[in-house]
Design a protein around this ligand. Structure first.
Ligand code: NAD
Length: 387
């Protein structure tokens, strides 16, 4: 029997993924698994029993990842689960930038009492007219879960698509329509595209990717879309670009005092992932990750430990050891098994930066004594007997 705790409300369709071996508890301290959305975990103690935290969403800055790793607590997120929700809003952003749709809607509201509104609208509509996206060039910086979806959908909308991602994953590359021009130099995006959209993670190296120098290289009347993070763009430089008439519109999903209410800026209140489907998908994925870890020890989409997958354990026992990524660790573990006369049927070792996980399927039940001997190896954070 496993106990899980929800630090935030989690979509029921996700929780339905737990079977009768799982009990929901209101007590954080007694849970083996915790589901969380935005609740801040930095000031919470890490209970002894806690084995994993699954964040239903992408960002994990509400969770102390290193502190969790030191205690052998695996933290998961749900990358890509909200990608379609963001993709659809990117298209809404593009269309809002092309015609003054919101200005037009406001005009209709302001003239709601005009008996002749239909006739007046025909005269006034030229004030809200614009352009189409078909045939225009769209540049996408970052071809991950969201960027790929935007690229493929834009192709279907008749756009000419340029994509830039020096670290594109093999899976993403396979999913990318072959009509998309994969460029290796960001300048090809800056100089050629009518619309530029950014979908990279926030890191020191990606901050201000769109800066004054980049804007200088852009076409007159370019539209810039930012549904990733505000600081990926130098927004002061963008306001200058709008003032100079170089940038037609800046569409952002991140309100802040720099851009809110500013001429030429269409700012949305962070609605990218705010769809029922995104919340459902995140909850379903978080519960699946948690179950595979609790039941089998497998790790997929962790943000503080490497991925490891040994399927379902068919042997007598399975043990997972979380440890520092240092030489001689595996030799120390196999010595413990050997000294206790235990045969290893299968094993896997994966590392990520300073931490590693070693998992062993064995033909003898793992006793508390063996567990203690493994835990006593220098550099071990935690030993978990999965089966
Ligand atoms: N608006 C929202 O509500 C919302 C929702 C989800 C995600 N996001 C943001 O969108 C970003 C992208 O999300 P995703 O799910 O597509 O992530 P992802 O990890 O699937 O894709 C990111 C891509 O960026 C690429 N990349 C990394 N550094 C790069 C660089 N310097 N230049 C070009 N490409 C680079 C990676 O190779 C990867 O393919 C997230 O980091 C997050 O900040 C926003």
């Amino acid at each position: 029997m496993y106990k899980y705790h929800c630090l935030n409300p989690i979509a029921q369709v996700g929780l339905d993924g737990f079977d009768n071996r799982y009990i929901k508890t209101d007590n954080y301290d007694e849970a083996e698994g915790v589901l969380v959305r935005s609740a801040a975990m930095h000031d919470l103690e890490i209970p002894e029993k806690l084995l994993c935290v699954a964040r239903a969403g992408a960002g994990v800055n509400n969770i102390p990842l290193d502190k969790m790793a030191e205690k052998g607590v695996v933290v998961f997120n749900t990358p890509g689960a909200n990608a379609n929700g963001v993709k659809e809003l990117v298209f809404a952003g593009m269309l809002l930038a092309c015609r003054d749709i919101t200005g037009g809607i406001d005009w209709v509201k302001a003239n709601k009492d005009d008996e002749n509104i239909a006739k007046t609208a025909e005269k006034e509509k030229k004030n809200f007219a614009g352009t189409e996206i078909m045939g225009k060039k769209l540049g996408i910086i970052g071809l991950g879960a969201i960027g790929i979806r935007v690229a493929n959908a834009a192709k279907h909308m008749g756009m000419e698509v340029y994509g830039y991602d020096p670290y594109i994953s093999v899976d993403a590359a396979w999913s990318l329509s072959r009509d998309i021009k994969h460029v290796t130099n960001l300048d090809d995006i800056f100089t050629n595209c009518d619309f530029i959209t950014i979908h990279v993670p926030l890191m020191d190296s990606t901050k201000n990717t769109i800066n004054a120098e980049a804007i200088d290289k852009m076409k007159q009347g370019v539209v810039i879309l930012n549904f990733a993070r505000d600081v990926l763009c130098d927004e002061k430089a963008i306001l200058e670009g709008i003032k100079a008439g170089k940038i037609r519109k800046y569409v952002s999903d991140f309100p802040n005092p720099t851009t809110a209410g500013k001429e030429g800026c269409i700012v949305i209140p962070h609605l990218g992932a705010s769809t029922e489907e995104s919340e459902d998908n995140c909850a379903i994925m978080a519960v699946k990750e948690m179950r595979d870890y609790l039941e089998n020890g497998n790790i997929r989409n962790s943000v503080n430990f490497p991925a490891i997958d040994m399927g379902v354990c068919e042997k007598v026992g399975r043990v997972a050891v979380f440890h520092k990524n240092e030489p001689n660790m595996i030799a120390s573990f196999t010595r413990v098994f050997g000294d206790n006369g235990i045969n290893i049927s299968d094993m896997s070792n994966k590392s990520r930066k300073d931490v590693a996980v070693s998992m062993f399927d064995v033909e003898t039940k793992i006793t508390d004594e063996i567990k203690e001997q493994l835990a006593a190896v220098d550099g071990v954070f935690r030993v978990r007997v999965v089966k």
